[in-house]
Write a protein that binds this ligand. Structure first.
Ligand SMILES: NC(=O)c1ccc[n+]([C@@H]2O[C@H](COP(=O)([O-])OP(=O)(O)OC[C@H]3O[C@@H](n4cnc5c(N)ncnc54)[C@H](OP(=O)(O)O)[C@@H]3O)[C@@H](O)[C@H]2O)c1
Length: 268
């Protein structure tokens, strides 16, 4: 009876994790979201009774996360097999700007990204470790991105999404620190990037400026220079990542690793 606790299951990749995992009635799949009602509405047509959705205030709200993990613990009987930190602050403000484009707005955006993508993941892992210890699989995964890889950024001149990229690189170190602390107890911590995924959410916000559109087109061309292939679907990405989660074992070079959905450092 494997159990999964996943953050950010309201849409995108998180929602697809729930869809694929709940297809096996033996799995218990619990999602943490900011809008339980809207999320349950989206899942209604699947008609699955092994999905549980729990409301949280925000990934950066420790008390709210604590209550939610306690509620999840009651559903699973106190144990957990997989903790998946999927929720992320993906800035609409700086996504297609460089550091130099917005010097006065950068501080707020960096702090917002850090709170959710770094501190929020620390909270989530601290709260789920006691449950993972009692689980069978004992795996904790944080969703990362190729944008957190310094070689990819420099070699392909990926100069946008900077606060997001910095926060995800810091998150990778969070994963390494938890691996350092818990690998001796047999808990696997990994950062896994999902590839370039088209979640159907659209790439630009509706009020994107001409400069943002230009930066978006330049960035897409740089991704294509890295690997000339269109974005994959959330279904393809999640299927590949679940394969990586399954095949990865603690006590190997996967402890604290930062890898992609392909199980290596190929990010797209
Ligand atoms: N899509 C890609 O190509 C891609 C590439 C590389 C890495 N990733 C990573 O993969 C993961 C999923 O990506 P995605 O494309 O599915 O993202 P998304 O569509 O933007 O969804 C983000 C999820 O995180 C939740 N969230 C955002 N801020 C939150 C907060 N402060 N507190 C609680 N929940 C919050 C959102 O909830 P609400 O609905 O309430 O806003 C939503 O469920 C992220 O970690 C992302 O960084 C994605």
């Amino acid at each position: 009876m494997p159990s999964y606790l996943i953050t950010g299951t309201s849409r995108g990749i998180g929602l697809e994790f729930v869809r694929q995992l709940s297809a096996d009635p033996a799995n218990t799949v619990i999602g943490l979201v900011r809008d339980k009602q809207a999320t349950e509405q989206r899942m209604k047509e699947w008609k699955r009774d092994n999905i549980f959705t729990i409301q949280i205030n925000d990934m950066a709200d420790y008390a709210s996360l604590k209550n939610a993990v306690e509620e999840a613990s009651k559903i699973t009987g106190g144990s957990l097999d997989y903790a998946i930190a999927n929720a992320a602050y993906v800035s609409k403000l700086t996504n297609y700007f460089t550091f130099g484009d917005l010097p006065e707005l950068i501080q707020k955006d960096m702090v917002d990204a850090f709170l959710v993508n770094v501190v929020g993941v620390v909270h989530f892992f601290n709260l789920t470790v006691p449950l993972l210890k009692k689980g069978t699989a004992k795996k904790a995964i944080a969703l990362s991105t190729g944008l957190a890889d310094d070689n990819m950024n420099v070699n392909f001149e990926l100069d946008v999404s900077s606060p997001y990229s910095v926060s995800k690189a810091a998150m990778n170190m969070v994963v390494a620190k938890f691996a350092a602390e818990y690998k001796r107890e047999g808990i696997l911590f990994m950062a896994v990037a999902p590839g370039l995924v088209d979640t159907g959410a659209g790439d630009m916000h509706p009020n994107a400026s001409e400069l943002e559109k230009k930066r978006f087109n330049e960035t897409y061309a740089k991704f294509m220079a890295y690997k000339n292939t269109p974005p994959i679907t959330a279904e393809e990405s999640v299927k590949a990542m679940l394969g990586v989660f399954e095949s990865s074992k603690t006590g190997t070079d996967r402890d604290g690793a930062f890898i992609s959905h392909l199980g290596n450092k190929q990010w797209i």
